[in-house]
Structure formats: structure tokens, C-alpha cells
Design a protein around this ligand. Structure first.
Ligand code: S3P
Length: 436
């Protein structure tokens, strides 16, 4: 698909439901006896795969309308041993969180995914799960998928200080802790998205969160609760809103409003950074919906300036660096993004994929250690083709870039956009984007 520079982008849009919350809503439904209703579920491929896996583990999962789903779960301790291997497609979140859900149950399960997911590290989730008593029966080289695990007859609770700033690892431990007697504790040095903790409380589990060090948290969960069905309303995904936001900021004269965007402070790093860069973003109708901060964001074509993005901000915008690199290319002066090592283990090696995309667009940049520096010297010629490497966010980021470059930008594969934002091209065209 090719993106071309055209007229200003204008209009009001709603992006799909948050991917992190959508996965978790289904899993909590599985772990709850009775009916959980979900509205605004992201119906992207990643989440649909999680729904199928919930069925394989014993839940009845049904779509009742657009974005409206019900889950009749089996409860903590009630999972059924799956007959077939569990296929998570492209989704690290689905796979690692479900390893936690399954990990403290006395069942055998095989986890698998597509070629991208088969390259990603799974030991980060399995290491703490082994402490509960899980046995890894088989794994591909380097702790990769496919992986077969056997859960313990009686799990023991765990105290785990995570060596990586990862909400997936934290969540895997907490979800396993649900089926262990006593208190399971996770300590994270850098606070990561806290949707699992919030949902645990929402479904009636006893969980306490306390600050730990300068940027970290300690989470204590009392195991073996009886979760109570609770309705989940999924707010719009800030990681998807990032694309129309940056597009509006880089295309002169644009005026775009994105409604109902989740503004959980552990997800708003891109917003903070764009504001620091001088982006004209207005927060409208700030409100709380279903326990999450939500607002409408009005973004106008803006004159951006390069900034220094601190490493400790990375967890709050970990999925937004590709599109931030695009914004940085249009800014005046260098943008330094620090501490990006986790980008190397996403759906692709995103540091390498972003650098290659910037090179294809003729944008000056360097990588120093784990930092990416985009020169911001006014040169954004475009005219190249970007390899997406089975990574939805690489595809969407460079299509956004092509709306501002002098020459069009092409991405080699748009198929993976369906994992997180199925109507991305339709929504962007509705704002005036020239994609063909
Ligand atoms: C997610 C956590 C992040 C993020 C992913 C969603 C989650 O991954 O990149 O898209 O829902 O917990 P890590 O935990 O690997 O940083």
C-alpha cells in the first residue's frame, strides 16, 4: 500500500477498543463462574485468537453484537485441559498472559503462534511460572514456541522481582497467582501498564499496590479468590489513537478529534512527548469510564520541535516509538529516544525495522546503544518502500509517514494491521488520507 501527501486531515473518529484490556477481559471472563459481558471489545485477530483459546480451556464465548461479547467462564481452578495446541497467532500478550492463566492449573497445554511469535522470547514468562510448580515439557531452541507445559497439582505462591519492565510478565505472574494459595507478590522496578491489577479489583480479588523505589511498584495478590462476574467496557486504544494523532500533527492544517481515548497515566507517554514537542493537542471531555480515565483528543497540524525522551518513560509508550520516530522526522532539531532495548523483542525487531524505514524515507538518524536519534534536519523526502516484518505497527507508522513526505511511501505488507486495528485504512481515508 502506498501513502501520498494530500490535503489536510479533518474529522472526528473513534478508534477500536484497547487491545490490552480486550485480552484481559476475555481471560477474566474465563476465570469467573457466571456471565461476564464485554462491550467495545477489539475484534482484531489477536483478541479473536484469545477468545478461541478461552473456548479451548472451557469457556463459552459468544459475540452478541458489534463489539459486544459474553463469556461464561469456568472459574479459578476450573480450566479444562485443551485437546489441541493453543494458537495465539501474532500476539505476545495473548500467549504470555495465557501461560500465566494456565500455569498454576494441573493441566498440560501446548502454546504456539505464527512465524513472528515463534521468534519471540518466552522464558521471561516461563521462569517465574516454574516457581509456582509449572514444568516445561518441551520448548523450541532458546525458549521459543511451540512450548508444552504441565501445571502443578498444587501450586505454591511466589514472590517475584521482574528483571524486565514488562506488563506481560507481571500479568502472567499475577494470573498464575490467582490459583495459588496465599499471597503472590510481584515487584517491578519500572511501573508498567496496570490493567491486570485494575481488573483483578474489578472482579473482586484482593490486591494491593504500593510504590517501590523511584519509578516502581509492588503488587500483592491474595490467591484463590472467587471472582465475581463484572461488566467490562473497553475504552478506545491509545496505541491505535497514536496513528491518527501523529498523522494530524504532521500534516499542515489538519484538525482531527479522536473520541473516548483511554488516558491511563501508564499509557500516555506518547501524548506527553508530543505535547513537549509542541503538538497542539486539546484534551476535551475528560471523564472516568469503567474505572479508566478517558478523554476526547483534538489534534491540529503542528510545528514540532525535537526533544529528549527519558528511558523511564518507555513503559508508558512502549508500542508508540515507531510512530514517535515518524513525528520526530518532521520535527525541527534532534529527538533522542532513550532506553529502547525492549523494542528488539516486539512483533519484529522494531529498532531495526524503524531504522530501516527511516532510511527508506531518506531521514537522517543513528542508533547509539539502545537509543534512537532522529536528526530532525528538515529532510523527509520519502520515496521508499518499508519492510513490515509481520509487524502491524511498522506498517501503520510508515503509512502515516507517507501522508507528510515529499514523495509517497510504500509498505510491503498491510495484512498484519488486522491484528490490532482492522479498519485502519478505512478510518484514515475517512479523515482524508490518500492510501492506494
Ligand atoms: C502489553 C504489554 C507490552 C506491550 C504489548 C501489550 C500488555 O508488552 O508492548 O503490546 O497488554 O500487557 P511487554 O510487557 O512485553 O512490554
Amino acid at each position: 500500500m502506498t501513502a501520498r501527501r494530500g490535503a489536510a486531515l479533518t474529522g472526528t473518529v473513534q478508534v477500536p477498543g484497547d487491545k490490552s484490556i480486550s485480552h484481559r477481559a476475555l481471560m477474566f471472563g474465563l476465570l469467573t463462574v457466571g456471565e461476564t459481558t464485554i462491550t467495545g471489545l477489539l475484534e482484531g485477530e489477536d483478541v479473536i485468537n484469545t477468545a478461541k483459546v478461552c473456548r479451548a480451556l472451557g469457556a463459552r464465548v459468544e459475540q452478541t453484537g458489534p463489539g459486544a461479547w459474553t463469556v461464561h467462564g469456568v472459574g479459578v481452578g476450573g480450566l479444562v485441559e485443551p485437546a489441541e495446541s493453543l494458537d495465539f497467532g501474532n500476539s505476545g500478550t495473548g500467549c504470555r498472559l495465557m501461560m500465566g492463566v494456565v500455569g498454576a492449573h494441573p493441566i498440560r497445554a501446548t502454546f504456539d503462534g505464527d512465524a513472528s511469535l515463534r521468534k519471540r522470547p518466552m522464558r521471561r514468562a516461563l521462569d517465574p511460572l516454574e516457581l509456582f510448580g509449572l514444568t516445561v515439557v518441551s520448548q523450541a531452541e532458546g525458549g521459543r514456541l511451540p512450548i508444552t507445559t504441565q501445571g502443578p497439582k498444587d501450586a505454591v505462591p511466589v514472590v517475584y522481582e521482574s528483571p524486565v519492565a514488562s506488563a506481560q510478565v507481571k500479568s502472567a505472574v499475577l494470573l498464575a497467582g490467582l490459583n495459588a494459595p496465599g499471597v503472590t507478590t510481584v515487584i517491578e522496578k519500572e511501573a508498567t501498564r496496570d490493567h491486570t491489577e485494575r481488573m483483578l479489583t474489578h472482579f473482586g480479588a484482593e490486591v494491593t499496590v504500593t510504590p517501590h523505589g523511584e519509578h516502581g511498584r509492588r503488587i500483592d495478590l491474595v490467591g484463590q479468590p472467587e471472582l465475581k462476574p463484572a461488566p467490562v467496557i473497553v475504552p478506545a486504544d491509545p496505541s491505535s489513537a497514536a496513528f491518527p494523532m501523529v498523522a494530524a500533527a504532521i500534516v499542515p492544517g489538519s484538525d482531527v478529534t479522536i473520541t473516548g481515548v483511554m488516558m491511563n497515566p501508564l499509557r500516555t507517554g506518547l501524548f506527553t512527548t508530543l505535547v513537549e514537542m509542541g503538538a497542539e493537542i486539546e484534551i476535551l471531555n475528560a471523564r472516568v469510564e469503567s474505572g479508566e480515565d478517558v478523554a476526547d483528543l483534538r489534534v491540529r497540524g503542528s510545528k514540532l520541535t525535537g526533544v529528549d525522551v527519558p528511558a523511564h518513560r518507555a513503559p508508558s509508550m512502549i508500542d508508540e516509538y515507531p510512530v514517535l520516530a515518524v513525528a520526530a522526522a518532521f520535527a525541527e532539531g534532534p529527538t533522542r529516544m532513550r532506553g529502547l532495548h525492549e523494542l528488539r523483542v516486539k512483533e519484529s525487531d522494531r529498532l531495526a525495522a524503524v531504522a530501516a524505514g527511516l532510511a527508506a524515507a531518506g531521514v537522517d538518524h543513528t542508533i547509539e546503544g539502545d537509543d534512537l536519534i532522529v536528526a530532525g534536519n528538515g529532510k523527509v523526502p520519502g520515496g521508499g518502500t518499508v519492510e513490515t516484518h509481520m509487524d502491524h505497527r511498522i506498517a501503520m507508522s510508515f503509512l502515516v509517514m507517507g501522508l507528510g513526505t515529499t514523495q509517497p511511501m510504500t509498505v510491503d505488507d498491510t495484512a498484519f494491521i488486522a491484528t490490532s486495528f482492522p479498519d485502519f485504512t478505512g478510518l484514515m481515508r475517512g479523515l482524508g488520507a490518500d492510501f492506494s
